[in-house]
Design a protein around this ligand. Sequence first.
Ligand code: GLN
Length: 313
Amino acid sequence: MDQATPDLDRVVKDIAEDMRGRTDRGEVATYIPELARVDPRAFGIAVIDAEGRVFAGGDSETPFSIQSISKVFTLTLALGKIGDRLWRRVGREPSGSPFNSIVQLEYEKGRPRNPFINAGAIAVTDAILSGHQPREALGDILRFMQFVADDSSITIDEAVAASEQRTGFRNVALANYMKSFDVLENPVPYTLGVYFHHCAIAMSCRQLAMAGRFLAHLGRNPSTGFSVVQPERARRINAVMLMCGHYDGSGEFAYRVGLPGKSGVGGGILAIAPGKASIAVWSPGLDANGNSHLGRIALEQLTRRMGWSVFGA
Ligand code: GLN
């Protein structure tokens, strides 16, 4: 065992302990009613290093709704399906707007700024759906998630999907608006059905950190040896995560944490320390930008103590 092993173990345990006692935990999302039922006292962290060792603390085995973190994996799938043609339909610039904002879409003729805001992710889902039935496309997304996490037990939380299907009026508006510019190829209810369901995939921190390993290691899972994408594509997905993964909180996340990361309104964050580790944290309370409040603080502590920022140790 090298020097870093006990150190990382200690750091992860310290962070879990610190987060357990905090009273300022942010606000749990309520606009998807099913998410409001989650216990705000939960906190989990899992870090998987280059050798495949898992360092975990808190509720690292509890499945939660990954929500927008799924957008990293749908982006990967869509790039695999149609390659760089995807970038004709969606940009890769930070939006500086909330995740569910509609204003830019009018100025930019229905082409979303990036694949991680809701409009962009809906356009990406639409690209995956083309040529398939919704059920097949969703099956492909779930199987891809199981493949990258090397875990066939991962499922979709149907109650969360149904909850968002009933209340996701903003996303219905975004999708219809894009459809009016011909940015979506499929019927809006089909595309949204697939989108709501992939957002409702439930995973634990450990499963999510496993799923992110290919992004930390040049497109390949170093334990299974499976190549998921070429190194250049992994680098580029990380770049989009760094610039856009936290919406209008992306600058703050880069400033404080210094890693590519993707958040979800379920309170999860996947962060990538290239060459070093894949990291997942979860705490359901959100900050004003809809990103996990304690999740970000935990990652800030982790990268500071480990010297893992992509901008230098
Ligand atoms: N399914 C959620 C939505 O569309 C995802 C948002 C998020 O996690 N930021 O509103």
